[in-house]
Ligand binder design. Structure first.
Ligand code: AMP
Ligand code: ZN
Length: 114
């Protein structure tokens, strides 16, 4: 997956500011945030969509999403958050490497999810 931007970030070819990292996942801030603190939880291994992701890694994924969500919410003083995950181009998936958007929210923040 030599042309995949998230693989390049995972292996250090593209520099990034990681907000979380363990053996199988990392999280970075989105370069085009739709809310303050918008982060992406990304698998280190290249899976195109959630359909390719092993069920056995589910608990670790949920744990990572919870940890990153709490961290970015605290950082920006958010009182809610959305988890968004796109699969295939027709859903709006731009980067074909499994990732989860963590979008911190505040009351009446006007953020529109699309
Ligand atoms: P999606 O439509 O779910 O595939 O969203 C991909 C997201 O990745 C978009 O919100 C982009 O802003 C974000 N993105 C793309 N390249 C980078 C990068 N190098 N660093 C951080 N975020 C990125
Ligand atoms: Zn990749």
């Amino acid at each position: 997956m030599s042309e995949c931007v998230f693989c390049k970030i995972a292996n250090g070819e593209i520099s990034s500011k990681k907000v979380f990292e363990d053996d199988n996942f990392f999280a970075i801030k989105d370069i085009h945030p739709i809310s303050e603190g918008h982060a992406l939880v990304i698998s280190k291994k290249h899976f195109e969509t959630i359909l390719d992701f092993p069920i056995s890694m589910g608990p670790e994924l949920i744990s990572t999403i919870k940890e990153v969500s709490l961290k970015v919410m605290k950082e920006v003083g958010a009182t809610g958050f959305n988890i968004v995950q796109n699969n295939f181009p027709d859903s709006g998936q731009l980067v074909p490497h499994l990732h989860f958007h963590i979008i911190p929210r505040k009351k009446d923040d006007g953020v529109k999810l699309n």
